[in-house]
Design a protein around this ligand. Sequence first.
Ligand SMILES: NC(=O)c1ccc[n+]([C@@H]2O[C@H](COP(=O)([O-])OP(=O)(O)OC[C@H]3O[C@@H](n4cnc5c(N)ncnc54)[C@H](OP(=O)(O)O)[C@@H]3O)[C@@H](O)[C@H]2O)c1
Length: 271
Amino acid sequence: MTTSTILITGGTGRTGRRVADRVAGHNPRITSRSGPTPFDWDDPDTWDAALDGCSAAYLCYSPDLALPGVDDIIKRFVSRAGALGVDRLVLLSGRGEDGARACEDIVLAATPTATVVRCSWFQENFSEHFLRGSVLAGRIAVPAGDVREPFVSLDDVADIAALALTSGGYDGQVLELTGPQSITFTEAADQLSRAIDRPISYESVDGETFVLEQVAAGVHPDEAGALAWLFDEVLDGRNVATTSTIEQVLGRPARSFADYARSAAAAGAWS
Ligand SMILES: NC(=O)c1ccc[n+]([C@@H]2O[C@H](COP(=O)([O-])OP(=O)(O)OC[C@H]3O[C@@H](n4cnc5c(N)ncnc54)[C@H](OP(=O)(O)O)[C@@H]3O)[C@@H](O)[C@H]2O)c1
C-alpha cells in the first residue's frame, strides 16, 4: 500500500471527479456509495477501508455540509482519519452557511494541516445540477429575488482543491472562492440566453412554489426541500462580495459566468 494515496470522497460527483482528474498522478482513491471501495458518510463501517493507506483526503459531504447534524458526522470522520494517519484534509464548504462553518471549525481544530475550500454557488448548477432543466425549459424560477451571487467555476474550485491536497502551501487556511463578479439571476439568465441563443427568463418564486416545481420536474422532494432551505438560508445578500483568492492562488483570473456559459454551451451542456 503506497502512502501517497489520496482519498476522494464524492469522487463520482461534480467536484470530486474534477479533483480526481487533477490528482491523477497521486494515486487517487475515488469513492462513492457504489464502486470498488464503497464509502458512505452515513455508515462509519465503510470509513476505515476508504482511509486505509491514504496520506490526504478530499472531503465532499453529500447532500450538503450545511444541513443539521452533519457536524457530528464530520467530527467522527476527522477523528478516524487522524487515528489512521491521514494528515492532509481538504474540506469542500459553502459560503455564509452556519452549519458548514461548524464543520470547518471541527476539521481545522482536529487537523492543523487541513485546508477549507469555502465556495460561493457553483456556476455548473445551471448545467450539471438542479437548474439544467430550467435552462432547457427557458425559465429559471427560484426563490432568490434580486440578490446578487458571485457564482464560481467548478474548474477553478477543483484546481485549488487539487493544489491544497498535493502541496503544504495552504495548511490551516480557509480559501474563500468566488467568481469575478456578483450577478443577479436575471443577469445569469441573460448571459445563458446569449450563450445558448435561446430566450431564458428569470422569475423569483416563493419557496413552496419552488419545491412544487422542482418535484414536478423530477427532483426528489427531500432534495427540493433542502435546496429551498439553502436559498432561504444564504441568498439574502450576505455573500455578494467577491474575493480575489482564485487569482492570488492560481495566478490567473477566476472564470466569469459569461465564459462558463459560452464554454458549457459549446460543449453541448444544453443540447
Ligand atoms: N451546489 C453549490 O452551489 C455548492 C456551493 C458550495 C458548496 N457546495 C457543497 O458541495 C457539496 C456537494 O458537492 P458536489 O456538487 O460535487 O456533489 P455531487 O455532484 O452531488 O456528488 C455527490 C457525490 O457524493 C456521493 N454521495 C452521495 N451521497 C453519499 C453518501 N451518503 N456517502 C458518500 N458519498 C455519497 C455521490 O455518489 P453516490 O450517489 O454514488 O454515492 C457523488 O459521488 C456539498 O457538500 C455542498 O455543501 C455546493
